[in-house]
Design a protein around this ligand. Sequence first.
Ligand SMILES: Nc1nc2c(ncn2[C@@H]2O[C@H](COP(=O)(O)OP(=O)(O)OP(=O)(O)O)[C@@H](O)[C@H]2O)c(=O)[nH]1
Ligand SMILES: [Mg+2]
Length: 196
Amino acid sequence: MSIYSHVKFVTSAAEAHQLAPDVGREIAFAGRSNSGKSTAINAITQRAGLARVSRTPGRTQLINFFELAPDRRLVDLPGYGFAKVPERIRQHWLTLMEHYFNVRESLVGLVLIVDSRRGLGAQDAGMLEWILARDRLAHVLLTKADKLNRTDSQRVLRETRAACSDTAVTAQLFSAHSKIGFEEARAVMDRWLEGA
Ligand SMILES: Nc1nc2c(ncn2[C@@H]2O[C@H](COP(=O)(O)OP(=O)(O)OP(=O)(O)O)[C@@H](O)[C@H]2O)c(=O)[nH]1
Ligand SMILES: [Mg+2]
């Protein structure tokens, strides 16, 4: 039995004051809208339907907290980069994310979800800078790897690692649909969640 098999939904936050209690350790999943954040959480925890998956980009506008064990959480952050989002919502997202990253002491690391067909974009790089500036760990999941052939997926992995080579950021291929990279992702997360 892994710690992921006991996962359960805790709460959703639309506002800063609604965040789950800031105790223990948590790992946040961030990335562009539609990159596959919610799907990755469901795949890693092997709980279909835990985090809501949608074909409509920008669907998850809330910060969703999932508990693995007392004081161990996964956090599904709202996606960025969806062009059709109204300015008012974009501003709200920015304020909420800034608040979350600034105050969150239990945040140990960020799993950055990147669609392997797009590769690391400017906003993804900005997200990594943001988290590194706050002395947190980061790991990139290049997801939807089932959509690429071996040559292309290896190329995007190489390029991503090269882009992060000045940092401690790690990267791997991942596919929820083809079950690629689950163990590798869990091994990273297990390390992050260890400790008091
Ligand atoms: N082929 C393939 N499709 C995937 C994979 N992961 C996610 N998808 C699809 O990508 C779409 C978006 O997935 P979500 O998990 O909802 O993405 P998200 O990042 O949570 O999106 P927002 O919450 O809107 O920001 C869905 O149609 C998924 O089925 C994957 O590994 N392979
Ligand atoms: Mg989502």
